[in-house]
Design a protein around this ligand. Structure first.
Ligand SMILES: NC(=O)c1ccc[n+]([C@@H]2O[C@H](COP(=O)([O-])OP(=O)(O)OC[C@H]3O[C@@H](n4cnc5c(N)ncnc54)[C@H](OP(=O)(O)O)[C@@H]3O)[C@@H](O)[C@H]2O)c1
Length: 244
């Protein structure tokens, strides 16, 4: 049996994980960690940690997991470059599955986005639009960033230079080396993402809409079961699904 700790258990995603965990054969709950609880004390009784708390907490969670040699699944988004660097430093010590989105549908969207960008070529303008609930703290979403990363990679562009976040004022004509990124916030939207490929006379839109957090929770739980049998390293959901 694989014993699982959920960090951020009282949050929206945490609650979905607590609800879905019993449906996964081979997984048992070890502890629920919320603000103020001591993860270090709970860790000896677990095999894997799933963190859906907040980006600012993830580095410390990762350090504690590395110290006690526990596998880690990271679901938080919005990390700074420093957070990312610190987490990457630990990949030689434990298996870490880090995904901006754990849904099978979105990972299919990642794959399709790469294919479409390769097939359609440089004449198509690229824009990414995401919509989330009014309480979401980071923007654009981690998933939107991954989509931009994929598009930039196919176009041989640097993501930070290519991303054009929203547009305001006299911005002039669009250049072919920019990737537009737009974050819409409102209501209780779980997460919608559209990648737009637009050319003169035609356009292609790839859209994924999540209507339940269970899809992310079930993916993260699947990743947790997979992670415990892996060598130390940094993995994403495409590895878990066998797409890489
Ligand atoms: N990868 C994916 O597939 C995916 C899908 C959905 C969401 N996400 C990401 O997952 C994260 C959580 O999303 P959410 O919608 O569930 O947010 P949420 O409802 O705000 O839940 C986060 C929970 O973590 C707790 N928390 C914050 N700091 C903590 C700490 N230091 N120690 C322990 N618990 C702490 C929060 O407590 P307080 O209320 O006291 O702050 C809250 O209960 C976000 O980064 C979000 O972008 C990822």
């Amino acid at each position: 049996m694989t014993r699982v700790i959920i960090v951020g258990a009282k949050g929206r995603m945490g609650q979905a994980l607590v609800k879905c965990l019993p449906l996964h054969a081979g997984l048992v709950p070890a502890a629920q960690i919320n603000r103020g609880d001591d993860l270090a004390v709970a860790l000896p009784g677990a095999d894997v940690v799933i963190d859906f708390s907040a980006h600012a907490n993830t580095v410390e969670v990762a350090r504690l997991c590395a110290r006690q040699k526990k596998a880690l699944v990271i679901g938080t988004t919005g990390h700074t470059d420093t957070d990312t660097f610190e987490i990457q430093q630990l990949k030689s010590q434990i298996p870490i599955v880090w995904a901006t989105n754990f849904s099978t549908g979105v990972n299919t969207l990642f794959w399709l986005t790469r294919k479409a960008a390769e097939i359609l070529g440089p004449d198509f303008d690229l824009e990414v639009v995401e919509t989330h609930h009014r309480l979401k703290k980071d923007a654009p979403s981690g998933t939107a960033k991954t989509l931009v990363e994929i598009l930039a990679e196919v176009r041989h562009l640097k993501m930070v230079e290519a991303a054009r976040h929203g547009r305001e004022g006299i911005v002039g004509a669009r250049t072919s080396s920019e990737i537009g990124v737009h974050a819409i916030r409102g209501g209780d939207v779980v997460g919608d993402h559209t990648v737009l490929f637009a050319n003169i006379g035609e356009r292609v839109e790839l859209t994924h809409k999540a209507s339940s957090r269970d899809t992310f929770a079930n993916g993260a739980l699947r990743a947790a079961r997979w992670a415990v049998s892996q060598k130390p390293g940094l993995y994403d959901m495409q590895h878990v699904l066998g797409l890489k």
